[in-house]
Every structure is written in C-alpha cells, then in structure tokens.
Design a protein around this ligand. Structure first.
Ligand SMILES: Nc1ncnc2c1ncn2[C@@H]1O[C@H](COP(=O)(O)O)[C@@H](O)[C@H]1OP(=O)(O)O
Ligand SMILES: [Mg+2]
Ligand SMILES: [Mg+2]
Ligand SMILES: [Mg+2]
Length: 341
C-alpha cells in the first residue's frame, strides 16, 4: 500500500523524468490535491483491511451509555494517522485539522500522487497558483459514516459500506478551494472524486436536472428539527421523496448523481464533514450552506461545529428556493454563534 515515490505509484505512460518535471512545475494546491487523491486511496485500503478483520475496537466520544451517537473505530484512528502523516511528510507547513484526537500508528505513509491532477495544473487560476502552503488549512475526515460502519459490521449489512467516504478538504482564507472524496466500497475497487476551484469535478459526471426531487438526509442522527424541515419542504413541493443515508460525503455524492438536496437541520456535523464536499459540490455548480443560507467558513480557528445545520443543493436546483422554504423558527433554533464564521 505504501510507496516510495511517484515513479512507483503512477502507472501511466509518463516516464519518471517527465513526471518529476511536471511535479516541480506544479502549483502548491495542485501538488496537495494530487497527493491527497493517492493518500485517500491508501487510507481506504487501511479501512477495508481493518473492517475485514471484524475487530473495530470501538470507543464512543459522547453521551450516556445507551444514547451514544458518536463512535470512533480503529479504522478512523489508523486512517487519520496515515492521512495526516502522509501529508506532513511532503508539506511541512500545512495546517491540518483531523476529526480524531487520538490516532493509531499506521505503517502506511503514502508518498505517491495522481499525475492526472498535475495535467490540469495549467488550468488553475493565477490567484490559486500563488497560494503558499502555510496559507492553507486542510480539514480531514478519515472516515465519514462511522455509525454506518459499526452497524454494517454488527448486522453483517455490507450494503451500508458504500456510504463510507474519506474526506480531505482544502481551505484558503476560510473558504474551500479544493476537495477529495474517496469512496472505498464503490463497486469492486472504489472511486475518488476530486475538484479544484475553477478546474471542474473529476471522477464523476454530475447528473442533469431530474423530474423527481429526492431529498437525502441523515439515517443515524435524526431529530425533531430535521423532520420539521423535511415536512416543510414536502409541503412546498421541494421533496417528492426522502432517502435516509449516512455520511456527509455520501450525501453529496448522491446530489451529484441526481438527488436534489441534502438537508440536515440539526447541529452535530463538523467542518471536516463539510469542507471537502463543499469544494467538490461548488466546483460542480451546486451550493452548500447552513439551513439559513449562510456560507460555512473553514479558518483554522473557526468553531468546529456546523451549528447552523447543513443545506446542500444539486447544480440544477435553485438553492434559495430551499433556504426560503425552511421555517424561520427552525433557523432561529440553529443559530450561528461564532462571529468568526
Ligand atoms: N451528532 C453527531 N455527532 C457526531 N458526528 C455527527 C453527528 N451528526 C453528524 N455527524 C457527522 O456528520 C456525518 C453526516 O451525518 P449523518 O450521516 O447523520 O447525516 C456523520 O457521518 C458524522 O461524521 P463521522 O461519521 O465522520 O463521525
Ligand atoms: Mg466521527
Ligand atoms: Mg464525518
Ligand atoms: Mg469521521
């Protein structure tokens, strides 16, 4: 799984000399995304091997026994170690914020990169090309959909595993400018979707406008406020049906595959859940905000909780229609409270 350099991990036609030249010429943001694609895939391999062992070593990060909703597994801990240490080995001045406070040492440090990302380097705007490593903040969710993982293993429900993603989001001046979403259990070998602002979305072809408006929402963190928001959207004709699926990453992939909106009118989702998907969705022409329509911010010192909830819409949807249809009393119940947001 680990590799000693781009030459070993890039199995394409470019020779090592040409690749090195492309790497040396590339902008910092391009290099970080090219590396993050490979790193997310290596982390996906770590997750798969831990899950197949069946020993998740679950600890809970919250709540009373019997009411806990925030599990962490050995897969979350090992994947984060791999992602953070792999990024740091190449980009020493990056600020990296990962979901997990405690990690497990993993021997897999990925030093490869995807050369396809480098090929798009010239399309990057000059303003992005000039950004320095130390100006960037990377938000890492090593495993999005942990509740689904614990249930998949407990109930031997492997279908749930496709809802797992690995999220690496890159922010500049508080806004997401690039993102990587790896879905390890997509078909046989998984898939990786990535985007850099202004350079399109890669790894998926976003769906065209649909007749049916399908809204996706949480399957493991349902609350009265989420239900109230969904009811209001149904009444306004903005939700023909509702699908409950796990993970912020998976829900945004559903938006790129034809669903209309992702509605989570509740607190609990954090910046590492939304940074990468915010960037990918925006690059596809969609929008992600809180339920009041405010953009989310990703400075290193920002409040980590998305206290205003999450509302995301597909590229073919008018975001404001959904914002306007969520009742004011719900918006007031989910305030932003950090002025730095
Ligand atoms: N109450 C919560 N506590 C902890 N994490 C949450 C909570 N609500 C949402 N999340 C995070 O946001 C993701 C999307 O939420 P949901 O699937 O409920 O819509 C979850 O997979 C989880 O990320 P993670 O699995 O990385 O801990
Ligand atoms: Mg978690
Ligand atoms: Mg998450
Ligand atoms: Mg997670």
């Amino acid at each position: 799984m680990s590799s000693n350099g781009a030459e070993k991990s890039n199995k394409d036609q470019l020779g090592p000399g040409k690749l090195e030249e492309m790497w040396n010429r590339a902008a910092t943001i391009t290099k970080i995304v090219a590396s993050s694609v490979k790193i997310s895939e290596t982390a996906g391999g770590i997750i798969k091997s831990i899950l197949s062992s069946g020993d998740l070593k679950i600890v809970y990060k919250d709540g009373e026994v019997g009411k806990r909703t925030d599990p962490q597994t050995e897969a979350d801990r090992s994947a984060q170690y791999c992602i953070v240490n792999s990024l740091q080995s190449r980009f020493k001045n990056l600020q990296i914020i990962g979901e997990e406070d405690n990690t497990s040492v993993s021997p897999h440090i990925e030093t490869g990169y995807l050369s396809d990302v480098l090929k798009l380097d010239e399309r990057c705007a000059e303003s992005l090309r000039n950004i320095k490593e130390e100006e960037l903040v990377v938000w890492v969710d090593p495993l999005d959909g942990t509740s689904e993982v614990t249930q998949a293993v407990k109930n031997n429900n492997t279908a749930l595993l496709q809802q797992v993603t690995i999220l690496i989001g890159i922010a500049h001046k508080g806004r997401p400018i690039a993102g990587v979403i790896h879905q390890p259990y997509y078909k046989e070998n998984g898939r990786t979707i990535w985007a850099i602002q202004g350079c399109g979305v890669h790894g998926i072809k976003p769906a065209e406008a649909q007749q049916q408006k399908i809204v996706v929402t949480t399957r493991s963190h349902l609350s009265d406020t989420v239900v109230e928001a969904l009811t209001a959207l149904k009444e306004k004709g903005l939700a023909d049906s509702v699908e409950k699926v796990g993970g912020a990453g998976f829900k945004v992939l559903k938006l790129l595959e034809g669903c209309s909106a992702y509605v989570f009118a509740s607190a609990g989702c954090k910046k590492w859940d939304t940074c990468a998907v915010d960037a990918v969705l925006a690059a596809a022409g969609g929008t992600l905000t809180d339920i009041s329509g405010r953009s989310l911010l990703y400075h290193a010192d920002v409040q980590k909780n998305n206290t205003g909830g999450v509302l995301a819409t597909a590229p073919w949807i008018k975001h404001q229609d959904y914002v306007s249809s969520i009742p004011e009393n719900l918006k007031n119940q989910l305030p932003e409270f950090n002025p730095k947001r």
